[in-house]
Ligand binder design. Structure first.
Ligand code: ADP
Ligand code: ZN
Ligand code: ZN
Length: 717
């Protein structure tokens, strides 16, 4: 009898022992169905043993070991272990967060095999098969030439007969590596970047690909991937936006004819995602493309890791196991001894600091790739002297008019959806607030509702003020719906497309809008950050930025970094093709260093100033952080719990600072009060030693009505 040591999806930092006949060390990495309480659940075998500390009477038998898929390899289990240690979560929770949902179900997989191959018995049968078995003979003859993809075989009944007779068997498909179809010759800068990456293919190296918008970073990834594929390796490509995966998958398919691209996102159907996962694991997938969850894909022969738009906050998982897919991607590359390419025009200050310190190698693409395409000119419009009417300054209005007269497209960026962010009573000052969140309700005029952008709650617009009865309720501030009205009034001939998460919610809407934009069926594109990310709009020559100042005064030390990245990206939408571009930013603070750096397209200058500020103020990357968060119905319970938790902080950890409990910036969300304790240390090992001891103490501490979690390298406060 073998003892299986199983990782289960429970919040306890230990493995669970089960007895199993017929299992062996070869089952490490396999899923197993085990009884847990009264339920049957799926666990993953992490170790096997001959003995157990569980008394014989208490030791339960495992159910079935699932041998429907190959076991997760040691390198994958090492990745899960690393994430469990680093984020201070039980291994079972990490493993289950990483597995695709289908593999977490206590049912064997019944995935169609990738391909079929002839067996020895089948080859022998070919000589003896009677002539009238035409269909079976034809199938055998096809299979005799080599494995055939399942999709390419018809004749279901004949195939079933062959499988039943043992003449054919399922097999994995390992196709020859596809080559890259070349397009334009590389620019000198691209050439140098590709050379650096391909020169490091058989060892760990981290590259920061710092390329201005339109500099052709994608082409560099493609050439790097081609070199990895040529060595029989696979590539992992992470992108921030689920919306960006279809177009990138299509690009890979077009440029690598015959390549198998597995797409891993939360939008994929369960079976499809499981199939993609298994294709990565077997080595059948050449390229694995996905959002942050794809960082956990198993690989047979990982050869290169790419993280596109590496600065993007969506690489950080914000619930459950709060991992950073970018950071785990670097870990993976290191563990697999392969290069990782982190690409961005505005890298995270963490990655940029690594590059400055020489830990990452910086590859610069300082110019746009297309001949004749230049970075747009950025003008700062001082709204103190040029007071905007309905949000639009006369300078911006004139620029839009000129752009429309040239028959080009104008993009107006306002990162706030809805009609107005606040509804105010003109008599008593009452404002409409969410009952469940510490936030204002946003007025939406399309359906006359007040909506909470944090919890999704909605309410009808009141007819009069609930405190004083005044009927004169005033929308304050401006969202995209209101700005759309103003622009339509100002430019009645122009076709305006409002693009925000409200107008693109229906399935297929955003794709339809992108087609309309590409076909020139829209003149003014008005929208939120959806417009900033990765899309190529060749007819856009003017970008107007409205309402950006709000983010300048945010309390969060990461706000300037986010704002700069966002404005830089959106500015980069201007003049992508051969038409020159222009950007107008409306601001009350045109002298602000952030806007000044933006106007110079000066990421390096901005980053140097930010890094100096962060160092002086003691913020990352100069120090390392974690937060302990607590949620409760009442703020005082959350704060009281955190005070007790802070009192449990283990002594003897020099250089680790534990701050006082404070409410989070959004102090209440969906009915829960939220508070946190910040922990900082200049040294990562010291911080983690502290956290390990602290979490152990916290597991023993009574929580009462409070739920808590730890967030390592937090980006939300
Ligand atoms: P980035 O991701 O750096 O913003 P892209 O990869 O989207 O830039 O490339 C911008 C545009 O430049 C694309 O249309 C691409 O086809 C084009 N491009 C890339 N490399 C070259 C090149 N070497 N010569 C000409 N055009 C190029
Ligand atoms: Zn009132
Ligand atoms: Zn709310």
């Amino acid at each position: 009898m073998t003892i299986l040591r199983v990782a289960l999806d429970v919040p306890l930092p230990r493995l669970f022992d089960y007895a199993c006949d017929g299992a062996s060390a070869l089952d490490v990495g396999r899923r197993v169905i085990v009884p847990f309480g009264a339920r049957a659940v799926v666990g993953v075998v992490v170790e096997t043993a001959d003995t157990t500390a569980v008394p014989a009477g208490k030791l339960r038998d495992a159910g079935a070991v699932l041998r429907d898929a190959p076991p997760l390899a040691p390198d994958w289990l090492a990745l899960a272990r690393f994430a469990a240690d680093y984020y201070h979560r039980p291994l079972g929770e990490v493993i289950h967060a990483a597995l695709p949902p289908r593999l977490r179900r206590p049912r064997p997989l019944q995935l169609p095999p990738a391909a079929f191959a002839l067996t020895a018995a089948g080859r022998a049968a070919m000589a003896t098969l009677p002539a009238r078995s035409r269909k079976r003979r034809a199938l055998l003859e096809r299979l005799a030439a080599g494995p055939v993809p399942a999709g390419a075989l018809d004749g279901g009944a004949a195939l079933r007969a062959l499988l039943k007779a043992g003449w054919a068997a399922p097999c994995a498909l390992a196709e020859a590596a596809p080559a890259l179809l070349p397009e334009e010759p590389l620019t000198a800068a691209q050439e140098a970047a590709v050379g650096a990456i391909t020169g490091a293919l058989d060892r760990y190296a981290a590259f920061l690909l710092l390329g201005v918008t339109g500099s052709g970073k994608t082409e560099v990834y493609l050439h790097g991937i081609a070199a990895a594929l040529a060595r029989g390796r696979q590539a992992l490509v992470l992108v921030p936006e689920i919306n960006l995966t279809p177009q990138l998958a299509a690009l890979f398919a077009r440029r690598f004819p015959g390549a198998r691209v597995a797409t891993l996102t939360s939008a994929a159907a369960e079976n499809e995602r499981a199939a993609g996962w298994l294709a990565a694991q077997s080595g059948a997938a050449h390229i694995v493309l996905g959002t942050r969850l794809a960082v956990f894909a198993p690989f047979a022969r990982l050869g290169l890791v790419v993280v596109d738009e590496e600065h993007d906050a969506s690489f950080k998982q914000q619930e459950g196991v709060r991992y950073s897919a970018r950071d785990l991607a670097v870990y993976r590359a290191h563990a697999a001894a392969v290069p990782v390419v982190l690409g961005s025009a505005t890298p995270s200050l963490e990655s940029y600091a690594h590059a400055r310190a020489g830990r990452y190698r910086q590859l610069d693409l300082p110019e746009r790739a297309r001949a004749g395409s230049r970075l747009p000119e950025v003008r700062l419009v001082d709204t103190r002297t040029e007071a905007p009417a309905e949000g639009v300054s006369s300078a911006l209005a004139a620029a839009i008019a000129a752009c429309l007269a040239r028959g080009e497209q104008a993009l107006v960026f306002l990162n706030r959806r809805g009609y107005a962010p606040v509804l105010v009573c003109g008599a008593c000052g009452w404002t409409a607030g969410c009952a469940r969140c510490a936030a204002h309700l946003v007025l939406h005029t399309a359906d006359r509702r007040l909506r909470c952008h944090h919890c999704g709650d909605a309410a009808p617009v009141p007819r009069h003020c609930p405190t004083c009865g005044n009927v004169d309720l005033v929308p304050f501030g401006r969202g995209t719906q209101r700005l759309a009205e103003a622009l339509e009034a100002r430019f009645p001939q122009a076709r305006l497309l409002r693009i925000d998460s409200d107008s693109t919610r229906a399935k297929g809407r955003w794709e339809a809008m992108q087609r309309a934009i590409a076909a020139g069926e829209a003149d003014i594109l008005l929208g939120t950050q959806i417009l900033a990310k990765g899309h190529d709009f060749p007819r856009v020559t003017l970008v107007g930025v409205i309402g950006a100042d709000a983010a300048l005064v945010a309390a969060d030390y990461r706000a300037p970094e986010r704002l700069f990245a966002q404005l830089y990206q959106v500015a980069g939408r201007a003049g992508r093709a051969d038409l020159p571009g222009e950007v107008l930013v409306q601001t009350r603070y045109p002298q602000h260093p952030l806007y000044q750096a933006l106007a110079r397209h000066d990421f390096a200058g901005f980053a140097a100033a930010q890094l100096a500020e962060r160092r002086a103020a003691g913020f990352p990357p100069a120090v390392h952080e974690a937060v302990l968060r607590a949620e409760a119905d009442e703020m005082r319970d959350a704060l009281a719990y955190l005070a007790r938790a802070a009192a449990q902080a283990p002594p003897g950890h020099d250089g680790v600072t534990v701050y006082d409990p404070v409410p989070m910036t959004l102090a209440k969300l969906a009915g829960k009060a939220r508070a946190q304790v910040l922990v900082q240390s200049p040294a990562r090992p010291a911080l983690h030693a502290f956290l390990r001891a602290w979490v152990e103490a916290l597991r023993a501490l009574k929580t009462g009505p409070v739920r808590w979690h730890l967030d390592v390298d937090p980006i939300e406060f």
